[in-house]
Design a protein around this ligand. Structure first.
Ligand SMILES: [Zn+2]
Length: 261
């Protein structure tokens, strides 16, 4: 009798084990399916982005002057011949030796900005694009700012008082307003405990591009330059955590509140 019971127990245990294994298998299968689904939906989102960006390539614009600044700072890095090749690669040869005029008219399309960024990426790789972006960002910022002297001076006076955190907050609000006013780029600023969050919903830098990694280095370069101006030379760690080029909804940049140096 007790032997039977032992056997029964053994069978029960075995059954339970089998059921468990079965369950685990089902779970694994589900996870695998979800992975393929996620992958598929990422690819679908990227395809939808490309389609929309192509359709709306001439709907949103940067001011001529800002595009001109990007080109002249590119010239400093790669020389006039380099810029010519870049404009060819970006499929906007109409700007060869014919930079956009020095005015604030919104005429340089987001499509063009994205193609330029892609050409830089193709010519110099991800690392080169990063180096270039920091340089171009700084220069764009300096020149851009000189166009808004009265506003900038007022902002700087306001930023003189208060803590570092208050300065950065005011600065980011000021920059986002500037972008939202003089370009068709749309920026929202928010924060969590450790970061300032810079969200671009209409991003020219990755316009028409898809990628497995974030690509909006130019935005990081400009932010870095802006924050350095606001804080008299402090450097902040900035990371693009989500990028429309990867199929995300927006381009999101996390700025650490505590500066590096
Ligand atoms: Zn972007």
């Amino acid at each position: 009798m007790s032997e039977d019971k032992a056997k029964e127990k053994e069978t029960e245990a075995k059954k339970a084990e089998e059921a468990q294994a079965e369950e685990k298998k089902a779970e694994e299968k589900k996870a695998e399916e979800k992975k393929t689904d996620d992958k598929k939906s990422v690819e679908e989102r990227k395809a939808a982005k490309l389609e929309r960006d192509t359709r709306e390539a001439d709907k949103y614009f940067y001011p001529n002057k800002w595009a001109r600044i990007v080109l002249t700072s590119a010239e400093e890095v790669m020389g006039p011949q380099g810029v010519r090749s870049m404009l060819n690669m970006a499929k906007i040869p109409q700007y060869i030796d014919n930079y956009p005029p020095d005015n604030m008219k919104k005429e340089f399309s987001f499509g063009g900005v994205g193609q330029l960024q892609q050409a830089i990426w193709d010519m110099y790789g991800a690392r080169g694009a990063r180096v270039f972006a920091v340089r171009a960002g700084e220069q764009s910022f300096q020149v851009g700012l000189s166009q808004f002297k009265s506003v900038a001076t007022a902002a700087q006076v306001a930023m003189r008082v208060g803590s570092l955190e208050a300065k950065v907050k005011l600065g980011l609000e000021f920059f986002s307003k500037l972008f939202n006013t003089v370009t068709d780029q749309v920026v929202e600023v928010s924060e969590d405990e450790k970061h300032w969050i810079w969200k671009i919903t209409h991003c020219p830098v990755c316009w028409g591009r898809v990628s497995d990694e974030p690509v909006c280095y130019l935005a990081i370069g400009v932010l870095q330059a802006g924050l350095s101006w606001v804080t008299e030379g402090k450097k902040f760690r900035i990371k693009e955590t989500e990028c429309k080029a990867m199929g995300h909804e927006d381009c999101i940049f996390m700025i650490e509140k505590v500066p590096v140096e």
